[in-house]
Design a protein around this ligand. Structure first.
Ligand code: 1PR
Length: 560
């Protein structure tokens, strides 16, 4: 079995990469010391997190000089994301930190001027600028790969241009692949880019070090003047919990109530009887189906807390491990991302241990999650941030996880309830004028945050909460609606538009999708960056492919 060496410095999910390499028939060797770098036949460096912390970890492990030497010798190197950026002299992300200085350039931040959501998150195209063994048959304008980053390498000089293999457009043009000889690095994540990503990794493994013959296959390069487009993401969401028999099932609620209901009536009364937890299938099976149908991302939400369960045995960890074996799109996990008390590794219930939010998140990242979503804990963090006059403590789950894994790994799951009011002055919170009057004809409304799966209302509005979370370091907002959840009546467009106006990070609209038009509406009218749905897919009302065909027919770019 051929071998490939992976430089893992423990800053994120590399399980998908390892699974991809295994799928391609390679044995993975991890770098333990500098010798492993110098003796590698092919080296992959999947960087995640922040530029400064990545370089600090490389320095403290004594990897900087061996890496430079390996690269100078033109031996096969594949850098991914930060594995591209660290090749440069430095980055605006971490001023003063020196990179590997292989490429004479500084990585710069995206220009947020044009109202672009940053991080640049999702599926975008590539414009190949030259032929490469990495793309033996080229790259068509319909194909897309998965990006997630706030900083990028831009063309700055002739010396950099020699490195450019492909560029991508997001407001401005940036360099998405560099290659010189056997040194290759991608700003996107091939291990998260579905079948196309697997093909790219395969080409690197099979064609590098390059022979002259492979390196010079001619094909037609795309029209570089036509900008690539970021696709609007379609995300499938699986709410997971134990049913009454103790099996882990995907369930789906209506306004967050996940139990079957029946109503009995007699002349004296109407009685509502709560039945079993709705069972819509097995988490891993459903997730695989959605990957095959073209889901751009998959979210797993742990909607019951598994009390007294040792951290390492949380049922969702095994779901992630299995899902990441053959699902090569980003996976998000939510529910219970906070400081927890749980039995230690031996499971002894009498010895409870306190695990920080970062430790909990780390367990999920190691098991295959790319992002974690924080619900209740984000509301508490926002409340504290606002009550302290906008001063961050550095201690919240949002801050600690973003510092360790990068802001792109922190999603905020918001569970709002719409509250109708007669005027803008009626409450202290951000109020909007609504086209849907309340029960007493109220023309205004605000959106109230809730915690504990919608069971407890808090005195904070969604507008203020998402702004506080962005300031604390969140990378994305997953915007549910308790009123619309499971109703098939369409997304709450006023809510989505309000949150898009409040923040500059991407916003995922969630709750209420029941028809293909609801997806086009939320992109065209409320400018969501992604649309998440559950029931419509679980019940096979419409498949993800059909949603995407509809969006394309409306001129909305998506990955097909
Ligand atoms: O507070 O950090 O432990 O996180 C709890 C997480 O669990 C939150 O993300 C919260 O939204 C979620 N959650 C808790 N209880 C429920 C429930 O349903 N009883 N699910 C729940 C929330 C909403 C979406 C759903 C969309 C789309 N479910 O996940 O998938 O509304 O549904 P639709 O397309 O069928 O309308 P913490």
């Amino acid at each position: 079995m051929s071998e490939v060496t992976v430089l893992d410095y423990g800053a994120g999910n590399i399980r998908s990469l390892i699974n991809a390499l295994k799928l391609l028939g390679y044995n993975v060797k991890f770098v333990k010391d500098a010798k492993d770098i110098l003796s590698a036949e092919r080296l992959i460096f999947p960087g995640v997190g922040a530029f400064g912390s990545a370089m600090a970890l490389l320095e403290s492990s004594g990897f900087v000089e061996p890496l430079k030497k390996y690269i100078q010798q033109d031996r096969p190197y594949l850098g991914i994301c930060l594995g591209l950026q660290t090749l440069c002299d430095g980055s605006e992300e971490s001023p003063g930190t020196k990179g590997l200085s292989v490429i004479p350039a500084t990585v710069t931040q995206f220009n947020k001027a044009e109202g672009l959501a940053v991080p640049h998150m999702g599926w975008n195209g590539l414009k190949l600028r030259k032929e490469s063994a990495l793309f033996p048959t080229g790259f068509s304008s319909e194909e897309k790969v998965y990006f997630v980053h706030s900083y990028a390498l831009h063309s700055q000089s002739k010396e950099i241009d020699e490195w450019v293999l492909a560029t991508t457009d997001y407001g401005e043009e940036f360099i998405s692949i560099v290659q010189k000889g056997n040194i290759v690095a991608t700003q996107f994540h091939p291990e998260k880019s579905g079948e196309m990503g697997i093909k790219i990794i395969k080409s690197f493994l099979e064609s590098f070090p390059m022979s002259a013959k492979i390196a010079s296959i001619p094909y037609k390069l795309p029209d570089a003047s036509k900008p690539t487009q970021l696709g609007h993401r379609i995300i499938a969401c699986l709410d997971v919990r134990n049913n009454d028999q103790g099996d882990l099932v995907v369930t789906k609620g209506e306004q967050y109530d996940v139990r079957e209901q029946s109503i009995t009536e007699n002349i004296h009364s109407v009685t509502q009887i709560k039945g079993a937890v709705r069972n819509l299938g097995k988490p891993v099976e459903l997730a695989r189906r959605y990957f095959k149908e073209g889901a751009d991302e998959i979210v797993f939400l742990n909607i019951t807390s598994f009390k007294n369960c040792p951290l390492h045995d949380l049922p969702m960890l095994e779901v992630l491990r299995q899902a990441s074996e053959n699902i090569f799109v980003p996976l998000t996990v939510g529910g219970g991302i906070r400081e927890i008390l749980a039995p230690g590794k031996d499971g002894d219930q009498s010895k409870m241990k306190c695990y920080s939010a970062v430790e909990v998140a780390a367990e999920y990242f190691r098991s295959g999650a790319d992002k974690v979503s924080i619900g209740s804990d984000a509301v508490y963090a926002a409340e504290n941030f606002i009550s302290c006059g906008g001063i961050a403590t550095g201690q919240t789950s949002i801050e600690t996880i973003a510092a360790a894994y990068g802001r792109q790994a922190v999603v905020i799951s918001v569970d709002p309830k719409r509250v109708c009011v007669p005027s803008r002055e009626a409450v202290q919170h951000h109020v909007i004028h609504s086209s849907y009057p309340g029960p007493s004809g109220e023309e205004y409304c605000w959106y109230q945050c809730t915690v504990k799966g919608g069971r407890e209302l808090r005195d904070i509005g969604v507008y203020e909460m998402v702004q506080a979370c962005e300031a604390l370091g969140a990378g994305e907002i997953m915007l549910n609606s308790i009123d619309r959840d499971g109703t098939n009546s369409g997304y709450d467009l006023e809510l989505v538009a309000m949150v898009k106006e409040a923040v500059g990070i991407p916003v995922i609209a969630s709750s209420g999708a029941g028809h293909v038009n609801h997806f086009s509406d939320v992109f065209q009218d409320a400018h969501a960056d992604a649309a998440l749905a559950a029931g419509i897919f679980h019940r096979n009302t419409v498949s993800i492919n059909v949603v995407k065909e509809h969006l394309l027919s409306e001129g909305i770019p998506v990955r097909v």
